[in-house]
Design a protein around this ligand. Structure first.
Ligand code: F6P
Length: 354
């Protein structure tokens, strides 16, 4: 039985733990198994680049960050675009899949990856997927792996900034990852005790941010911490077209810091931890989730239950049909308990009803 493994899209902590989980499970239950590591995600499948892997390659990688297979971004929108050879990436992948005689693929990735995986599955490839991303925005699962590790890193930054902000009586704007959704910012913001949390799902009012800082100053707190997602927008910015937004000067955190420094007497600083949030070892919680996801994916392959993503629902790992997942985003809903609780804790979300 020939099974291909691939990791696709932006990397995150736990990819190797998942690969190990899948490999251990498959090696333990399929006697004629041939396992192939496809290089750099869909790129390797498009170009026919993979290597046969033995059990030794999966040894000692449980806690290793990054991915031993490499990864790349291959946008879904380009998958069916005709190229100079009058073919497209989807057809090239399907043709390589058939030519090599793959019996199945375990595809590990985020939202874009899932759209392509569903397309492959609809076109005859046997596919099981595993939801990966620090953003935690894959629909159909309570958590994606990588998220816990990223929140840990982001919370560390907020913690560390607290002491220097307090010493100098400064306002710090900490810009965290998440273009479309604010899960990292909201969760790390709550865990790190941020005073203001600004997320892409809720366009914010600068005046409300100023009010929250002034309120803290009046109550004797001479510093404030603002956690802002890289996709957060002011009310005014949210009205702009996508093209106009792409032309905005500076990043959201730096834009806000600039505005605040013009309006406040306090010093204002911005910090962008960036890819640090995706680097390094996975947390124990992520390693556990990765190992459980990997085991379930291996079991699904063994049982021939293709066309599914493994998902966390409550405390159970369950299969969810790809058709229920692909193309949907798990953003923070307006009535989310997380938002309600953030407000109860006195955190400003940059809106008048805080
Ligand atoms: O999807 C994960 C993520 O880290 C996002 O939070 C971030 O917006 C994006 O990837 C960054 O992408 P790249 O690594 O390509 O700069």
């Amino acid at each position: 039985m020939k099974i291909g493994l691939l990791t696709s899209g932006g990397d995150c902590q736990g990819l190797n733990a998942v690969l190990r989980g899948v490999a251990k499970t498959l090696m333990g239950c399929i006697s004629d198994l041939e396992l192939y590591g496809i290089i750099d995600g869909y790129r390797g499948l498009i170009e026919g680049e993979w290597r046969k892997m033995g059990s030794e390659e999966f040894s000692g990688i449980l806690r290793q960050g990054g991915t031993i297979l490499g990864t790349s971004r291959q946008p879904f929108k380009d998958m069916q675009t005709l190229n100079e050879n009058n073919t497209n990436k989807l057809d090239m992948m399907l043709s390589n899949y058939k030519k090599h005689g793959f019996d199945g693929l375990v595809i590990i990735g985020g939202n874009g990856t899932h759209k392509t995986a569903y397309l492959l599955s609809q076109n005859g490839a046997n596919v099981v997927t595993i939801p990966k991303t620090i953003d935690n925005d894959v629909y159909g699962t309570d958590l994606t792996f990588g998220f816990d590790s990223a929140v840990e890193k982001a919370t560390y930054v907020i913690d560390a900034i607290h002491t220097t902000a307090a010493s100098h009586g400064r306002v710090f704007v900490i810009e965290l990852m998440g273009h479309k959704v604010g899960w990292i910012t909201l969760c790390a913001g709550i865990a790190g005790g941020a005073d203001v949390i600004l997320i892409p799902e809720i366009p914010y009012d600068v005046e409300e941010v100023l009010k929250a800082i002034e309120y803290r100053n009046k109550s004797g707190k001479n510093f404030s911490i603002i956690a802002i997602a890289e996709g957060a927008l002011t009310k005014e910015e949210a009205e702009l077209s996508k093209k106009e937004r792409n032309n905005l000067f500076l990043t959201p955190g730096n834009r806000l810091a600039k505005i605040l420094s013009e309006r406040l007497k306090q010093d204002v600083r911005a910090i962008v931890p960036g890819h640090l949030q995706r680097g390094g070892d996975p947390t124990a919680t992520d390693r556990l989730l990765c190992s459980r996801f990997g085991a379930m994916a291996g079991e699904l392959v063994k049982e021939g239950r293709f066309g599914n993503m493994v998902a966390l629902r409550g405390t159970e790992i369950v299969p969810v049909p790809l058709g229920e997942v692909a193309g949907k985003l798990k953003s923070i809903e307006e009535d989310s308990q997380f938002l309600h609780q953030a407000k109860s804790l006195g955190i400003s979300l940059g809106t008048p009803d805080d």
